[in-house]
Design a protein around this ligand. Structure first.
Ligand code: ZN
Length: 134
């Protein structure tokens, strides 16, 4: 398994349009927004150098981002690392006794294959592994 780079930092926000304006004031342009039904979120990506900032707004009061904001308020919710092969990475982490939220990858924004690692195994950080096609 090979970690290629910090793919993105996921930030939970209450209002995507409002937060988008804030980041655009900083001079960072969004590449557009997308709804990921499976995770009950609407997301926007803001490329920054070789990585991105991902803003996430919940589309349902029961979604993971709504629950996160209820508990912690708005802020950094996860850190995503890009891997070369997500299936291999998950096998390897599992073999090392690291607790996974997703044993198998699912599809995230932009068609990326993603899987989450449990914060209990990573010092409190919700870690997302991400593999992009091409
Ligand atoms: Zn993410």
């Amino acid at each position: 398994m090979k970690i290629l780079k910090i793919d993105h930092i996921g930030i939970a926000v209450k209002n995507l349009a409002e937060s988008t304006r804030l980041y655009e004031m900083l001079g960072i342009q969004s590449t557009g927004s997308e709804v990921v039904d499976e995770q009950k979120v609407k997301v926007s990506f803001f490329p920054v150098g070789d990585s991105e900032i991902e803003l996430l707004e919940s589309t349902s009061p029961e979604g993971p981002i709504a629950r996160y904001i209820e508990k912690n308020g708005e802020g950094i919710q996860h850190l995503a690392l890009r891997v070369d092969n997500i299936e291999v990475a998950l096998e390897e982490l599992k073999a090392k006794g690291i607790r996974l939220i997703d044993e198998k990858p699912r599809y995230g924004a932009g068609g990326a294959k993603i899987a989450f690692v449990h914060p209990k195994s990573t010092g409190g950080i919700l870690l997302e592994l991400s593999q992009r096609q091409g």
